[in-house]
Design a protein around this ligand. Structure first.
Ligand SMILES: [Zn+2]
Ligand SMILES: [Zn+2]
Length: 298
């Protein structure tokens, strides 16, 4: 019988405000292990509703150092600690991860002292510690960890000027899922995705984004409108994703990091994915926060 292999989606949004979609975060649930990928705003509070105990996570992967992927790190760390973690958290990420984690830990130093003093002897001092491992930047997917049969590879994606930015490829029990991270269309994502059972891809619907830009301009919010103009240069559009999924022969496509944020109703989802099925004929899902999707053999 196939072993359990699922993705729990914590946040399926971006930096753009959404009541329904938090910042980026997902948990790879494989066998008895949970590997966390990214922790954007609001993602930590989704862990328990998504069925994942914070103390069950010993490994965290960061894709890049944008706020919508990192700012729930302190809240996660405290949830994990107070849920009973007794060992340090291992954190993998691109160059810059150590500087970011060190900065968070400096900000938390006083609070950690207060908690240890107040809950004398109850919280394990190792449960709030972190080991950071910065990974080399390689265009080709490169294996850096094997955890109880879970093989994890990193590859560089193109999120310029965010350099380096990573995607991850996770293999378990003969199945493979690729997580794009934030990226424009790039050859390294196509190569890393080849033959994967599932691609979890960030996604931008350009006509919908243009509509929001026009709305902002009409409302006199010229700064926001001009910031929106910069968004397409480092994100991948829905037709580009469909073309990549077709060319890489992906078993199943799941969209997350939805730009602009949309509701979870069928009409919004259909509007967001318009035209994709004309290019890629496999299943396409727009993920929702707290949803769990099984990685099945194609
Ligand atoms: Zn992002
Ligand atoms: Zn980003």
């Amino acid at each position: 019988m196939a072993e359990n292999f699922e993705i729990a989606f914590l946040g399926t949004g971006s930096p753009l405000i959404s009541a329904e979609r938090c910042g980026a975060g997902q948990v790879v649930v494989a066998g008895g292990r949970n590997v966390l990928v990214d922790l954007g705003w609001g993602a930590a509070r989704r862990l328990i509703p998504a069925g994942v105990m914070p103390s069950s996570i010993d490994t965290l992967l960061f894709t890049h150092m944008h706020t919508d992927h990192i700012t729930d790190f302190p809240d996660f760390l405290f949830l994990r600690w107070t849920a009973g973690a007794t060992t340090p958290l291992t954190i993998y990420g691109p160059a810059g991860t150590k500087e970011t984690v060190d900065g968070f830990m400096a900000a938390l130093r006083l609070d950690i002292g207060f908690r240890l003093a107040h809950h004398a002897g109850k919280l394990h001092p190792d449960g709030i510690r972190c080991n950071v491992i910065e990974l080399p930047t390689t265009a080709a997917a490169t294996r850096f960890a094997e955890i109880d049969g879970i093989g994890i590879d990193a590859f560089e994606v193109d999120h310029f000027p965010v350099v380096p930015a990573f995607g991850y490829r996770v293999s378990f029990d003969g199945r493979t899922v690729v997580l794009s991270g934030d990226t424009s269309f790039c050859q390294s994502l196509l190569e890393a995705s080849r033959g994967a059972d599932m691609l979890i891809c960030e996604a931008m619907n350009r006509p919908m984004l243009d509509q929001q830009m026009a709305f902002l301009r009409g409302a006199g919010r010229t700064l926001q409108a001009s910031l929106f103009e910069d968004v397409p240069s480092y994100h991948i559009s829905t037709p580009e994703i469909a073309g990549l999924a077709r060319d890489a022969n992906i078993g199943e496509l799941v969209l997350s990091h939805i730009i602009p944020p949309i509701g979870t109703d069928a009409a919004s989802v259909a509007g967001f994915t318009t035209g994709m099925s004309d290019i890629y004929t496999g299943p396409i899902t727009v993920a929702k926060d707290t949803q769990r999707i099984a990685v099945t053999r194609r």
